[in-house]
Design a protein. Sequence first.
Length: 214
Amino acid sequence: MSYGFLDIAMTPSVRAVQRESGADALWSNFKGHRAFDRFTENEAAFIADRDSFFLATVSETGWPYVQHRGGPRGFLKLVDDRTLAFADYRGNRQYISVGNAKAENRACLLLMDYARRARLKMYVHVEIIALDTDPALTRLVTVPSYKAKIERIFRMRLENYDWNCPQHITPRFTEQEIAEAIRPLRERLEVLETVNNELRTLQPIANTDEYCPG
């Protein structure tokens, strides 16, 4: 049986709070219970365009941990329609997410697109892969132009995903997005500067107000 995102998220304690708040009727037949357990072309394009995401894990003592993961755009790779992977680059060497994933493989990802006010959330099962275990996967997640040291690979099997509404997402833009947005203005400015320089090199036009003997 395939479960939807909210079937996983809405535990008995969540249901109890919904009843106490008078909101249980809103979610009893909510369409979000549909099982989104396969990535479509829409999700694939969204994932490929991301340069960061948030990864939530939980320790064996029950404490949650949310970590920001970043890299070059597209560093989070789609292996197939149910599998994601990314290279785990060396950082401060605390290894909290790695340790949590080894103790409890269930995790949650949150992918943000601030410019378009969109967010994709998903439940996954995490597997930590050594670099020499799967050479093909290692090649897939390696970005040759990115010089950070890869220590291991996170491979994540999708359980379910859902999209959030854009409410309260403040639009923010990366340097690359800003550069792309103003590129036509820069190109137009360069043209105008070229024309202006060419006009400056022209001979000055004679003053027609001066007396010209016949």
